[in-house]
Ligand binder design. Structure first.
Ligand code: PLP
Length: 383
């Protein structure tokens, strides 16, 4: 069957496509329909952080599928309870209340609504270069004009300030500010790591002015940066933490974890599939796997190893390498697309972060022998 042709005919043409039909994944690898094998440093933008088709996740989904697949949020549920307790335990202290949904953008939608409801204020301050999703609320918090154009007007009350600049942010605060929405590592925006002092000042300001600090860890959460959550690098405790992608071994899920002080809008928000028992079972297995295998430690060591090897090589095309654990950005002087194509031809999937940054999000479980292949190919194309 010509899958490519069928999709070309039937798919609403939203995603620019690579000319490959993927049919199988295992651990760090993906295979196309012709049996060609690739090392996956895209991992579905970080969703397959524990590798593709993790055995524990498969087992959990298989077992749960025989018990209960769907269950409305109006009832209590065994898997949901276990996952919520695990999330409260796994996330930074003080975050005690969980709302489950199905994607990253939905976590931001929920956070915006929770913050407006809880503070009775309307406005949000966000960062330039920030990315928070594609639905209209999350898009209102997203900076890049390319994503916003032709969808405006978006929500009122959102303003943008330069990342890592406390004075600019403080100057935008008003009596209407409900929340500040930030990533601690701007991933889509080019892999820019936040500054600890900046985040601590922002947190202090939020506490003084009764503003909610909303941190988007959709891409950085669950061990990727070398801590369970990237906020731990900065010693901050957000009022609302948004997570998704890696939470459930690649199964769709998002979670918003709030401090007790955030007032829940009872009966005013919801999701049919949020907290779906299959997704919960996958998430429980995935989080257990991360904890048992100390994946935060692996992310630090492997990130330092890869970046160290690149930095000790003379790569004239490379302007700067930025990273925190296994979120890696290699900035070039030029457009990265031709380099991504060359990497793909040599069996490595990598992605961009803006026009001039190659972004690597390998599985945290990647073997050193596989990392060596990635390093070798990167050096080959960047020399
Ligand atoms: C930081 C961040 N927030 C939100 C989102 C949106 O997540 P989703 O694509 O699951 O809606 C993304 C997706 O890349 C992201 O990186």
């Amino acid at each position: 069957m010509d899958y490519k042709q069928i999709q070309q005919q039937c798919e609403f043409d939203i995603y620019p496509k690579k000319d490959i039909v993927l049919v199988k994944g295992k651990d760090s690898f993906l295979w196309d329909e012709n049996g060609k094998k690739y090392i996956d440093c895209m991992t579905g933008h970080g969703a397959a952080s524990i590798g593709h088709c993790n055995e524990k996740v498969i087992e959990a989904i298989e077992t749960q599928a025989r018990n209960l697949i769907t269950c409305t949020g109006s009832f209590y549920n065994n898997k949901r309870a276990v996952l919520m307790e695990k999330l409260v335990e796994f996330t930074p202290s003080g975050l005690n209340k969980v709302f489950l949904c199905n994607s990253g953008t939905e976590t931001i939608e929920a956070a915006i609504k929770f913050a407006r409801f809880s503070t009775d204020k309307s406005d949000f301050i966000c960062a330039m270069r920030g990315f928070h999703g594609r639905t209209l609320g999350a898009l209102s918090a997203t900076y890049t004009p390319k994503h916003r154009e032709r969808f405006e007007p978006l929500l009122d009350g959102f303003s943008f300030v330069p990342f890592n600049n406390y004075q600019e942010l403080a100057s935008k605060i008003s009596g209407h500010t409900a929340g500040i929405i930030l990533e601690v590592v701007q991933c889509e925006g080019g892999v820019y790591v936040g500054d600890k002092k900046y985040f601590q000042q922002v947190q202090q300001l939020c506490r003084e002015k009764n503003i909610l600090l909303i941190i988007d860890e959709v891409q950085t959460g669950f061990c990727r940066t070398g801590k369970k959550f990237a906020v731990e690098h900065f010693d901050i405790q957000p009022d609302i933490l948004c997570v998704a992608k890696a939470i459930a071994g690649g199964f769709p899920m998002g979670a918003v974890i709030c401090k007790d002080s955030v007032e829940p809008p009872v009966g005013k928000h919801g999701s049919t599939f949020g907290g779906n028992p299959l997704a919960c079972a996958a998430a429980i297995a995935s989080i257990d796997f991360m904890m048992e295998n100390r994946l935060e430690k692996a992310a630090t060591e492997k990130g330092d190893y890869l970046v160290g090897k690149l930095k000790e090589t003379n790569l004239p095309k490379v302007k700067e390498i930025r990273h925190l654990g296994l979120v890696i950005g290699i900035e070039l002087e030029e457009d990265v697309q031709p380099y991504l194509e060359k990497l793909m031809e040599s069996g490595i999937f990598a992605l961009n972060a803006g026009p001039t940054v190659i972004r690597l999000l390998p599985p945290l479980t990647i073997e050193y022998t596989e990392l060596d292949v990635v390093i070798e190919q990167l050096i080959k194309v960047l020399k």
